[in-house]
Design a protein around this ligand. Structure first.
Ligand SMILES: Cc1cc2nc3c(=O)[nH]c(=O)nc-3n(C[C@H](O)[C@H](O)[C@H](O)COP(=O)(O)OP(=O)(O)OC[C@H]3O[C@@H](n4cnc5c(N)ncnc54)[C@H](O)[C@@H]3O)c2cc1C
Ligand code: SF4
Length: 548
């Protein structure tokens, strides 16, 4: 698609850094509201026709992440040495559309209780557990906007929060794993309900319905049925004639002047040349890892601890959403390798229940997270030989007959769990590496174990011939990057206000996974996009009333 282009000193209203789930929405909304917008994205343009079903490349080598130039380190606590290559790390895609291109597209809303949990349950010592500065009711119209603007499929279930409109599209077809979850729920008096998905169950707004190709999580959708920013809000932004989306442009610094206002950003283009884009205001949407790195790298004598960091909170409280799982093998073939990742969820254990003895709750879905290579390497129970005729026989039997129950859980915000700059490990631009320091709160470990025990009971109740558990492991990274530039009313313990404006810099806005105050129960991206639609409304209002 042809697009408007801008020069370094053209009259640009907003620079948006990042073109992922949040950045795409912000670009579309601000350009639709009449503003000139430049989106800077460090990764390349890759169109749907370029995606492939190469399991080895995509699922084993994570080719969709475009990770080649990235330097990351890990340590459990500040006193440990940081090491490369030891942890799962901060996983996200560097390309137009960000991680919305290759994600699994589960689109749960938070519940009203998520926003005010601290008031209800009380503080948790050693954590930054807090209420959000907004309510579910304030966000609900924007959840609905996400449903219709990007295309979300589903059917309201008994455990859902209130909604003002039905889903934009009807539910995705139920899978055999969904039938298994239905059976487990009905045997145990639980409620199985349709999984909301950012995937088209029928043709919508010129895009094709899901073709059930089965190469969904970690893959891009060559049919355009997955409602990523790449095929929804980014083309809509460009179509306004007021938005330029500039790929291969890695922002290395947010610039500020003597009065403490931002004047634009410095970025490195695909030829390695340093360039500048001036703008009246900057919007960071680079995700829960990279937004913090940029703020910390933009320190000046006026902002010695990093931009927008007078609170010292930038980079702290990173949350990933915990998870645990159990697998079952059934008498009849399930052929779970087809279709989108999941079709049913159980939300009966969503809320914290003090009788369990820990903070935390979550949802459970049923899914089969393997292609044939992954299953051959990691999928079988431990007591089956890893070679020879019994191995081959077991692969044939188990691959088509198995499914997994997976929990998606809370993760507490801890000020000691951080993303910081690692000056000992630099990337090809000379940027300090991303250093993750992380240890689970004991309640997060207990939640994982408790849910695994419930899922094991459910798998038996569903009639599995054989059930085997995956170990409950500590977190050392993940794909949900949340909480590192949290929203709040108090500038002493938060980075942005309830409208996503940085407390310290009047023309800097931050809106992406970093804005979260608590983790919800997994599947954060519906909320990330609802926040982005809401933030864009307010930012446009401020700009129109010259309040930036
Ligand atoms: C395999 C996988 C499955 C997932 N499944 C689900 C799911 O089922 N449900 C769910 O809710 N979530 C899921 N997620 C998470 C979801 O993808 C993220 O929550 C979401 O994309 C985050 O949105 P964001 O806008 O905060 O960041 P991103 O989508 O990561 O976008 C940030 C963008 O900013 C760019 N950027 C970063 N730094 C710079 C810089 N310095 N200069 C220029 N550009 C920069 C990045 O390249 C990226 O394109 C999944 C993620 C993965 C990896
Ligand atoms: S399963 Fe459906 S949405 Fe997912 S990649 Fe295949 S066609 Fe696209």
């Amino acid at each position: 698609m042809n697009q408007r282009t801008f020069g370094e000193h053209d009259d640009v209203d907003f620079v948006v850094v990042g073109s992922g789930a949040a950045g795409g929405v912000l670009a579309k909304e601000l350009s639709t509201a009449g503003f000139n917008v430049v989106v800077l994205e460090q990764g390349p343009w890759q169109q749907s026709a370029q995606f492939s079903h190469d399991e080895l490349a995509v699922e084993r080598q994570f080719s969709m992440l475009n990770v080649a130039s990235e330097v990351q380190t890990f340590r459990e606590k500040e006193s440990d040495p940081s090491k490369t290559g030891v942890a799962r790390g901060l996983m996200y895609r560097r390309a137009i559309g960000g991680s919305s291109v290759h994600f699994a597209a589960n689109y749960w809303r938070l519940r009203p209780s998520d926003f005010k949990e601290c008031s209800r349950l009380g503080p948790i010592p050693g954590t930054s557990f807090a209420d959000w500065p907004i309510t579910y009711d304030e966000l609900e119209p924007y959840y609905t906007k996400v449903d219709y603007e990007i295309g979300v499929s589903g059917r309201p279930g008994p455990m859902d929060p209130p909604r003002s409109r039905p889903y934009a599209l009807g539910p995705m077809p139920n899978k055999s794993s969904g039938v298994i979850l239905d059976r487990a729920a009905s045997a145990l008096g639980l409620h199985s309900q349709v999984a909301p998905m950012a995937i088209l169950s029928s043709n919508y707004q010129g895009r094709s319905a899901c073709q059930a190709c089965g190469h969904c999580t970690w893959y891009g959708c060559e049919f355009g049925a997955k409602s990523s920013s790449l095929v929804t809000v980014i083309p809509a932004a460009m179509a306004t004639g007021r938005c330029e989306v500039r790929a291969d442009s890695t922002v290395v610094r947010v610039e500020t002047n003597a009065t403490g206002r931002t004047t634009g950003v410095v970025y490195v283009d695909k030829n390695g040349l340093e360039r500048r884009q001036t703008a009246k205001a900057v919007v960071l949407a680079a995700n829960g890892a990279e937004t913090s790195r940029l703020l910390l790298m933009s320190a000046t004598p006026k902002f010695p601890h990093g931009l927008a960091n007078s609170s010292g909170v930038v980079g702290r409280n990173i949350m990933f959403n915990g998870s645990s799982s159990t697998t079952g093998m059934f008498e009849h073939p399930l052929n779970e390798f087809k279709g989108a990742v999941t079709s049913r969820i159980v939300l009966d254990f969503y809320e914290t229940d003090s009788s369990r003895g820990f903070y935390g709750g979550g949802g459970i879905d049923s899914r089969f997270p393997y292609g044939p290579i992954g299953f051959a390497v990691n999928g079988l129970p431990d007591d089956i030989p890893q070679w020879g005729s019994e191995y081959k026989r077991a692969l044939r039997e188990y691959y088509a007959h198995s499914t997994r129950f997976v929990s998606h859980l809370t993760s507490l915000p801890l000020p000691t769990n951080t993303v910081t700059l690692d000056d000992d490990h630099k990337d090809r631009f000379g940027r300090p590496g991303l250093r993750l320091t992380y240890q689970d709160h004991p309640d997060d470990m207990k939640a994982k174990q408790w849910f695994r025990d419930r899922m094991e009971e459910m798998m038996h109740a569903a009639g599995a011939k054989r059930v085997w558990n995956q170990p409950v492991l500590p977190v050392d990274g993940g794909v949900h990057l949340l909480g590192t530039a949290r929203m709040g009313n108090n500038p002493r313990d938060s980075v942005v206000d309830r409208y996503h404006r940085a407390h310290d810099v009047p023309n800097l806005f931050i809106c992406d996974g970093s804005s979260f105050v608590t983790s919800g129960r997994g599947q954060p991206t519906m909320t990330i996009q609802a926040l982005a639609f809401r933030a864009a409304d307010h930012i446009a209002r401020f700009a129109k009333t010259r309040d930036i």
